[in-house]
Design a protein around this ligand. Structure first.
Ligand SMILES: [Zn+2]
Ligand SMILES: [Zn+2]
Length: 218
């Protein structure tokens, strides 16, 4: 059954043509309109290994109506797997190929949220079931990459490591924006507040399906 739920819907994992070298990319200028169409209150831009300059995030936010917000984050390709980090003023010290342990330690020192994403779809020999995982604050249990059997395995992994479950689309094109999102009790005023809410486990992971929205039961 589709779920109805009040709260603030935030897509925690979005790529655009500005910083991600992939096919079918969003024009970032289209984000405010797509958010409106998809019923999203917020989204986090998480390009690969680069964080948007604050001035660009501020410019996009000026175009949004009250009650909607765009946040900056980054997706780092660590030596073992990908991780989204939200809540950093600067990505200084974060780089592709860094160890997951260093990423989690530095995110923690910055009071940012370190989120393990698509753990069962990484290149190389990374096996989350046998590998000792460092202290991620959250695990992305649903996205356009993490569906079906992968979703179930990732949810089980999230519970096994006692991390907070979250969801984000990992969208690289408008049509996928909001396919997975996290519902929060309030709209965070900035990235730091969003990171704190993620770390406290205040988000409810959800998917947007043709028959409505569904809560991912933990
Ligand atoms: Zn990735
Ligand atoms: Zn991604």
């Amino acid at each position: 059954m589709p779920e109805t739920m009040t709260g603030y819907r935030i897509d925690l994992h979005v790529h655009t043509a500005f910083g991600s070298a992939c096919a079918e990319l969003h024009d970032p200028d289209s984000l405010p309109e797509t958010m409106e169409n998809k019923g999203l209150h917020g989204l986090v831009i998480t390009e690969h290994n680069t964080q948007w300059p604050r001035i660009m995030i501020d410019a996009l936010n000026r175009r949004l109506p009250k009650g909607r917000r765009i946040y900056s984050g980054v997706e780092i390709s660590t030596s073992r797997c990908h991780a989204v980090v939200i809540g950093l003023d600067t990505t200084q010290g974060f780089h592709p190929g860094m160890t997951p342990e260093a990423l989690c330690r530095m995110a923690d020192a910055n009071r940012a949220a370190a989120i393990l994403v698509h753990p069962y779809q990484t290149s190389g020999d990374f096996d989350p079931d046998t590998e000792r995982l460092p202290g991620y604050h959250a695990v992305e249990v649903a996205s356009t990459m993490t569906r079906g059997e992968h979703l179930i395995r990732t949810l089980a992994l999230c519970m096994a490591v006692h991390a907070a479950p979250v969801a984000g689309s990992d969208a690289h094109c408008s049509v996928n924006l909001g396919r997975a999102f996290t519902c929060f009790p309030k709209l965070p005023g900035n990235e730091r507040e969003l990171a704190l809410m993620i770390r406290k486990g205040l988000g409810v992971p959800m998917t947007q399906d043709p028959d409505g929205d569904h809560i991912i039961q933990c």
